[in-house]
Design a protein around this ligand. Structure first.
Ligand code: TYD
Length: 134
């Protein structure tokens, strides 16, 4: 009964001539936020990610620029998401292998369900596949 990744649209306040505020409140998210971090100045030649998480769930937002996420679930199904709108987030459930590419100006904001815990990472794809096959 694994969860699937999906896009969510945040409430926005504003207008073209005023600018916008986008809001993410715990009550509108699939989990309670325990941590936020952001990734920036990633060279276009660098692909990040290459890991999955046992428990961590995330909502990621391209608050600037464009970001491509390739997600693979435990059934080996791949889904590609292109993030380029500051009011749209991608929910990533636990146990999804991810590869991430950034435009040169991209800023990735991550809302995370747990604090940082290296033990929650699966960094070896063969280990991920072995867990998936259990
Ligand atoms: P990682 O999650 O592997 O980033 P990416 O998949 O984008 O390459 O994190 C890179 C390094 O930063 C890794 O050594 C762990 C460390 N890190 C923290 O210490 N705290 C954090 O909250 C995060 C996200 C990473």
């Amino acid at each position: 009964n694994a969860q699937k990744p999906y896009l969510l649209t945040f409430d926005t306040i504003g207008a073209p001539d005023l600018g916008y505020i986008a809001v993410a409140e715990n009550s509108a998210l699939p989990f309670q936020i325990k941590r936020t971090y952001w990734i920036y100045c990633t060279p276009e030649t660098v692909a990040r990610g290459h890991h999955a998480h046992h428990e961590l769930q995330q909502v990621v937002i391209a608050v600037h620029g464009s970001i491509e996420f390739v997600l693979e679930n435990v059934a080996g199904e791949k889904t590609i998401f292109h993030l380029e709108k500051p009011n749209v987030g991608l929910f990533i459930p636990e146990m999804h292998w991810r590869t991430i590419n950034f435009s040169h100006d991209a800023v990735l904001l991550c809302l995370a369900s747990t604090e940082y815990n290296e033990a929650d990472y699966i960094r070896d794809f063969e280990v991920f596949q072995a867990l998936a096959n259990q």
